[in-house]
Design a protein around this ligand. Sequence first.
Ligand code: AVI
Length: 319
Amino acid sequence: MNVLAKTQQLDVERSAFAHDVIEGLARHPKSLPPKYFYDDTGSALFEEITRLPEYYPTRTEISILQEHASDIAAVVPKGAALIEFGAGATTKARLLLASCSVDTYVPVDISEQFLQDQAEILRRDFPRISVFPVIADFTQPFELPPAIQSMAKIGFFPGSTLGNFEPHEACGFLRRAGTILGTQATMIIGVDLDKDERVLHAAYNDASGVTARFNLNLLTRINRELGGNFDLSAFAHRAIYNRERHRIEMHLVSRKAQTVRLLGRSFSFRQGESIHTENSYKYSAERFIALARGSGWASRASWIDQDGLFSVHALVAAT
Ligand code: AVI
């Protein structure tokens, strides 16, 4: 992308961010979309979260992928293309690339620089695998590279990112993925399981406060990119489990009555008023399979760790 195109894209991204923040803070109750957590600092803080002792999902999913590597390889046809929706740290894709007979890896992500860097490292580490990065928002329809058209396609969506979608959005994502991947596709997807509230509470209220910094960084980003004047010390991180809706909710709670200004507008907060910043839905294996079924996919296999914390599912396009 040339410099002008890049500047224009940054303008579009900034105005979408401005629009979503203004709209979210004008709502009752106030909310902000979780996708804006991931600026450079937010992405680094999320990487830190994945290594916390309390945050079980990442290490548990990796252990499932390792332990069941040969069963997972059995659902992957020879010479298939692995298409990863949102390619963060490629640790999990690497496990599949090492154990499955995949010829081609297609990471799909919005961040061009990150994708190109990861692609280069992967090409070096897996010289027999062709890498075709696709720069796209994976929550929207996108085209697969023509070079993989005739190959069997395996979608990969690890990390329980699906849990950050509202159930109807999760359904929409799975349907779109089905359209993109085609009727013969398989999808390997990681889904966090519903469990003891204390385990969930600890995972999102870690003792060292990394999740709090991750949550508050959203306000830092608004201050920097949209000229806001949020006082970070006047907001507290709170994560609670909403049992009826099977979800962890993250909030930023105003410690006092205050007014915040950004982009020429004012937003008033009562003491104790919250900005709802994220939902992280937790599923039972059965509820997830029912959701997948209603979204055009049938369950082929499911793998769960021995403590029942996390699940990895292989889905096939339902006919
Ligand atoms: C990215 N996503 C699956 C994480 C989760 O667990 O919902 C984001 C996160 N939020 C707080 N901690 C981690």
